[in-house]
Ligand binder design. Structure first.
Ligand SMILES: Cc1cc2nc3c(=O)[nH]c(=O)nc-3n(C[C@H](O)[C@H](O)[C@H](O)COP(=O)(O)OP(=O)(O)OC[C@H]3O[C@@H](n4cnc5c(N)ncnc54)[C@H](O)[C@@H]3O)c2cc1C
Length: 317
C-alpha cells in the first residue's frame, strides 16, 4: 500500500480532499496526468504573457467558502479583481454586480499554493483501477502498476472518471458526463489596444460565454491579452473546426479586430459542470471507492471545493 488513500486527479476538489485528510493524520498520494497540480485552474504562458485559459475568475457565494477564500487571500494566493464587469443581455449591456476573485499572479498559483506539502506524483496518467483482494491497484497508460491502496478517490471530470470507476459509481459518472459543457477558448493580443469598456463580460446568448481581460487582473503583466470563452452550445456545434477558424469567429463575435500580435485556440472537452449530485460526492463504502469534483459538488471552484470537503468527511467518518 502506498498510502491510506490514493486520489486520481489533483484538481481543486482532490486537493481539498487531500488537505483535509492529511490534516487528520492520514497518508495521501495524488496522481495527475498534468505536469503540475491544478487541472482546469490553469494558465498558459506565451513568452512574457500569461493567459488564464481555464477558469478566468471565481466567486464565493457561500459564507463558509468565503471564509476559506479569505484565508487564501491572506496566504497571498488570491486577490479580489476590481474591474468593470458587464452582462451582455439580449436587450443590451448591463452592469454585472459580482465580486470576483483571481489567483495571483496567475490562476494556477492557487492550486500550486494549496498543494504545497502534498505528495503529488505527476505527470502520470492512470489508465485503469483494478480490484484486489484488500483494495485497489492503479495501472498507468503503459500497463504498469504504480501502486495499491485500500481507498481510491477519483477527482477527474465525469467523462474521464467513468472508465476508472466501478459498479454504480461508474453508471453515475457516465450519466453526469452529459452535464458538462465543452469550451473552445481563444487567447488573443490584438495588434492595437482594444478597450470594449469592460474587463469581463458574460454573454447570455450567441457564440460567447465570457470575455475577460488579463491586464487588469491583480499581479499580471501589462500585455493587453484577452481570453474568449465560447458557449457550450457553440463549442459543440464547432468542435471539429480548425483552430484558426475558431480564433476568427470568436474575435468577430467579441468585436476584436482581426489583426493580432498573438492568437491561439484551446479546446476543453470538459469545461464547466452544470449541476452536482446529492451529497456533493459519490462514495461506495463497501468498495472503498469514491468520486469528487465540480460535477459532484456543483459548478465552478466553489462546487469543486465543496465536493472535495464532502469526500474527505465521508472518509473521516
Ligand atoms: C474554460 C473554462 C472556464 C471556466 N470558468 C469558470 C468560472 O468562470 N468560474 C468558476 O468558478 N469556474 C470556472 N470553470 C470551472 C473550474 O475550473 C472547475 O469547476 C474546477 O477547476 C474543477 O476542479 P476539479 O477538481 O473538479 O477538476 P479538474 O480541475 O478538472 O481536476 C481534475 C484533474 O484530474 C486530472 N486527470 C484527469 N484524468 C486523469 C487520469 N486518468 N490520471 C491522472 N490524472 C487525471 C487532470 O489533469 C486534472 O488535473 C471553468 C473551467 C474552464 C475549463
Amino acid at each position: 500500500m502506498i498510502a491510506d488513500v490514493v486520489i486520481v486527479g489533483a484538481g481543486l476538489a482532490g486537493i481539498a480532499c487531500a488537505r483535509r485528510l492529511v490534516g487528520q493524520g492520514m497518508s495521501v498520494v495524488l496522481f495527475d496526468k498534468g505536469r503540475k497540480p491544478g487541472g482546469r485552474l490553469s494558465t498558459r504562458r506565451a513568452g512574457e504573457m500569461t493567459f488564464d485559459h481555464g477558469a478566468p475568475f471565481f466567486t464565493a457565494l457561500d459564507d463558509g467558502f468565503a471564509k476559506v477564500v479569505e484565508s487564501w487571500a491572506q496566504a497571498g494566493w488570491v486577490s479580489r479583481w476590481r474591474g468593470r464587469f458587464v452582462s451582455v443581455e439580449p436587450q443590451g449591456r448591463e452592469d454585472w454586480s459580482i465580486e470576483p476573485w483571481v489567483g495571483v499572479p496567475t490562476m494556477s498559483a492557487l492550486p500550486r499554493g494549496l498543494a504545497e506539502g502534498l505528495e503529488v506524483r505527476a505527470p502520470l496518467r492512470i489508465a485503469s483501477i483494478e480490484a484486489e483482494e484488500d483494495g485497489w491497484r492503479l495501472i498507468d497508460e503503459d500497463g504498469e502498476p504504480v501502486g495499491t491502496a485500500s481507498t481510491v478517490i477519483v477527482n477527474t471530470p465525469a467523462g474521464q472518471a467513468a472508465p476508472l470507476l466501478h459498479g454504480g459509481l461508474q453508471a453515475q459518472a457516465v450519466a453526469a458526463g452529459d452535464a458538462m459543457d465543452p469550451c473552445w477558448t481563444v487567447m488573443v493580443v490584438p495588434t492595437e489596444p482594444w478597450d470594449p469598456g469592460f474587463d469581463a463580460a458574460r454573454y447570455r446568448q450567441g457564440a460567447l460565454s465570457h470575455v475577460t481581460a488579463q491586464s487588469t487582473k491583480p499581479g499580471r503583466d501589462e500585455a493587453a491579452g484577452w481570453v474568449l470563452h465560447a458557449s457550450g452550445a457553440w463549442t459543440r456545434a464547432h468542435w471539429d473546426d480548425a483552430a484558426e477558424a475558431v480564433v476568427e469567429a470568436l474575435c468577430d463575435a467579441a468585436g476584436i479586430p482581426q489583426a493580432h500580435a498573438f492568437a491561439k485556440a484551446h479546446r476543453w472537452r470538459y469545461a464547466r459542470a452544470r449541476e452536482g449530485v446529492e451529497g456533493a460526492c459519490l462514495w461506495d463504502v463497501d468498495a472503498r471507492m469514491g468520486a469528487c469534483g465540480d460535477w459532484c459538488g456543483g459548478p465552478g471552484l466553489e462546487g469543486a471545493w465543496r465536493s472535495g470537503e464532502a469526500m474527505a468527511a465521508h472518509l473521516l467518518r
